[in-house]
Design a protein around this ligand. Structure first.
Ligand code: DLL
Length: 440
């Protein structure tokens, strides 16, 4: 059972989740001072960085003083690989996780015992807010290992008292068998793996027998259109969770049952939105790059980390009773924005089109090529019914409609190729939808 019931709703840490805005700000300031002191005194690289910026910890007197601090980026983490930015002695570190990056060295995060306890509680707040309860049987189909997702959800769901099934990702037919035999009610996965599992359950003829009711998804973008399709296919409520290895993994923010944005665990993470080009802090409600300062990390503190994720913040009250600020679903990353024929294109815009057109999806990929010094984009998407491939005029008409829709949404012309069902690669973790052939 979640710790407290409030106004008919469940909370894990009600006091923290429903604090007044003034109290939250006061707590944030205290914890910000603590964090900057820890960075300055325990991590030589940060001391150097702050000295160069002319900032000492005693200059942090109000929350707005955070703007005096320099921004940090992945570069700082890369330069200090693997443990150079840890603020606790190695013997106090009890767990390590890393980013899943396939190129170069990964980002390494360390946790003390206190960090693990806090992580579990932050995540427990989010799973309870999303609707998970003690009675649930939760199948964790995120990959266990260095990735933060599986362990973060594992610790949280176990704290809440759910029956945790740590199946990890892969071996998909077995996943469906376990789901059916154990009566799994909560599925933890990336949205793209959930789409794949839902298709497989249908193929195996068991989709109607499953007891799934809630999806705790995250770790990659899931447009509202994709969410609607997953909900239709397997009849579950889909909720979104956000976080990154650099900030301790999942547990930064997540949706409550209202699903009007992701509540940030703001007493432990201070959010700002900046203009990605100028670094200027933008007012609440404006879209830009999310910058986060964790406020309670012992082993791996960091300040003003540029996430590259694009979203906006809003603190108007949520019907759930939580006072924690919310962020919009991430619409893209500053580094996955494509520039095609001079126009900025986000993969999420393309996904929204694909999920609203009949006869296609949900699997697609975006192929980038260089043609006469200009980047071109081809959208390859699966047909739902393969027999359309033999009806040339229908196929051509459909292709034309998709192209027109993409033109009106993106403002550019791009190629559309309709391919046979089950021919585009499926993913057990985060989907890789961009195939970049520009340098090949
Ligand atoms: O993906 C942590 C996580 C695990 C979050 C499980 C939620 C659930 P990384 O592998 O370091 O950490 O990847 C972080 O993934 O900067 C975003 O670009 C993207 N991302 C994470 N969650 C979401 C989300 C985990 N809900 C990077 N929506 C981040 C969109 C997300 N993108």
């Amino acid at each position: 059972m979640a710790k407290e019931r409030f106004d008919g709703r469940m909370f894990w840490e009600k006091d923290a989740e429903t604090m007044s805005r003034a109290k939250i700000r006061q707590l944030q300031l205290e914890r910000l001072k603590w964090t900057i002191n820890r960075c300055y005194n325990n991590v030589p690289y940060y001391k150097d960085m702050l000295d160069k910026a002319g900032v000492t910890p005693d200059m942090i007197k109000t929350l707005d003083d955070i703007r005096r601090l320099p921004l940090t980026t992945k570069e700082e983490l890369r330069k200090n690989y693997p443990f150079g930015l840890f603020a606790s002695p190695k013997e106090d570190i009890v767990e390590i996780h890393t980013s899943s990056g396939t190129t170069g060295k990964p980002i390494v995060g360390g946790y003390t015992k206190n960090d693990l306890e806090l992580w579990g509680n932050c995540m427990a707040r989010l799973v309870v807010a999303a609707g998970a309860r003690r009675e649930d049987i939760a199948q964790i189909s995120f990959g266990y290992g260095l990735f933060t997702g599986a362990f973060g959800l594992h610790y949280a769901l176990q704290k809440v008292g759910c029956m945790v099934v740590p199946i990890s990702s892969g071996n998909s037919e077995r996943q469906i068998m376990i789901m059916e035999d154990f009566g799994t009610t909560v599925l933890v996965a990336t949205p793209s793996y959930a789409v794949y599992l839902s298709e497989l359950a249908k193929d195996m003829g068991v989709a109607d027998k499953l007891k799934l009711r809630l999806g705790l998804f995250g770790s990659e973008m899931c447009t509202p259109e994709m969410r609607a399709q997953i909900e239709k296919n397997i009849g579950i409520i889909v909720t979104d969770n956000y976080g990154l290895t650099e900030l301790g993994g999942c547990g930064v923010s997540g949706e409550c049952e209202e699903r009007q944005g992701l509540h940030i665990n703001e007493d432990h993470f201070y959010p700002e939105i900046i203009d990605p080009d100028t670094g200027e802090v933008l007012p609440e409600g404006e879209e830009g790059e999310l910058v986060i300062t964790p406020l309670s990390k012992e082993a791996f503190p960091i300040f003003r980390y540029r996430t590259k994720d694009i979203t906006r913040l809003y603190s108007n009250p949520c019907k759930c009773g939580r006072t924690l600020i919310r962020m919009d679903k991430v619409v893209g990353r500053t580094d996955d924005m494509l520039i095609i024929k001079g126009v900025n294109v986000f993969p999420s815009q393309i996904e929204s089109v694909i999920f609203t057109m009949p006869h296609i999806g949900p699997h697609y990929q975006l192929v980038l090529r260089k043609e006469r010094f200009m980047d071109s984009l081809e959208v390859q998407v699966e047909l739902i019914d393969g027999s359309l491939l033999e009806q040339y005029s229908k196929l051509e008409a459909l292709q034309h409609r998709i192209r027109e829709k993409l033109r009106s949404v993106l403002g550019i012309d791009c190629g559309v190729t309709l391919v046979a069902p089950r021919t585009i690669t499926r993913f057990e973790g985060k989907a890789k939808r961009i195939v970049d052939l520009r340098n090949s």
